[in-house]
Design a protein around this ligand. Structure first.
Ligand SMILES: Nc1ncnc2c1ncn2[C@@H]1O[C@H](COP(=O)(O)OP(=O)(O)OP(=O)(O)O)[C@@H](O)[C@H]1O
Ligand SMILES: O=C(O)C1=C[C@@H](O)[C@@H](O)[C@H](O)C1
Ligand SMILES: [Mg+2]
Length: 184
């Protein structure tokens, strides 16, 4: 399928390796990844979306089969995306990087950690019925998961973008600037 870059946005550029977006729930991995890919004229993959296409909603999968099964499905889905030879922008689910196999595969990619904080994501997660990991208290659970996962995100990141206070286009500008200066 041919992909045309958005004509309203600056020049697209190519990537040699997958560009993988990681980070906390509701940090913007999906929305930023999709927009960045459109701007750069690159293929886009959202691994949560692939899981949903193949298995139905993540919330239903958690209810029917439990988190362990979801993580197995997620790890297989992520591995298939990361093993694809065509460089793509790939947005992962928030917990995908906890899998050791996924961590190894990420070594051959450019990993972008979209950093954020509770105040920023609060309006996004307050009514988070579709995120089972945040039940039953989204704010408390987000904080617990963020504290536990921050070191993992930081250790895997080639590029970290502090997204606090930034619009999606501003985040994309920042990422484009880092990548085109060859700082990846
Ligand atoms: N910088 C931003 N400014 C304003 N809204 C944003 C920003 N980033 C994300 N959002 C909004 O926050 C919500 C969550 O974003 P998104 O789904 O991209 O997060 P995610 O990191 O992919 O989360 P998950 O881990 O659940 O997949 C969406 O409604 C999105 O439009
Ligand atoms: O952070 C997590 O553990 C999750 C994040 C979402 O992207 C989904 O992958 C799922 O809801 C689990
Ligand atoms: Mg997402």
């Amino acid at each position: 399928m041919s992909r045309s870059p958005d004509p309203h946005l600056p020049e697209p550029h190519s990537i040699r390796r997958h560009l993988v977006l990681i980070g906390f729930m509701a940090a913007g991995k999906s929305v930023v990844g999709r927009s960045y890919a459109a701007r750069a004229g690159l293929p886009f993959v959202d691994t949560d979306e692939l899981v949903v296409e193949r298995h139905g909603s993540i919330a239903d999968l958690f209810t029917a089969r439990g988190e362990r099964y979801f993580r197995e499905v997620e790890a297989r889905t992520v591995a298939a995306a990361l093993e694809s030879p065509v460089p793509a922008v790939i947005s992962l689910g928030g917990g995908a990087v906890l899998d050791s196999g996924t961590q190894q595969l990420l070594a051959g990619t450019t990993v972008v950690f979209l950093d954020t904080d509770l105040a920023t994501v609060l309006p996004r997660i307050s009514r988070s019925g579709h995120r089972p990991m945040l039940a039953p208290d989204p704010v408390r659970r987000w904080q617990e998961l963020a504290t536990a996962r921050r070191p993992v995100y930081e250790s895997l990141a080639d590029i970290t973008i502090d997204t606090r206070g930034l619009t999606v286009p501003a985040i994309i500008d920042r990422l484009t600037s880092v990548l085109t200066k060859g700082e990846d």
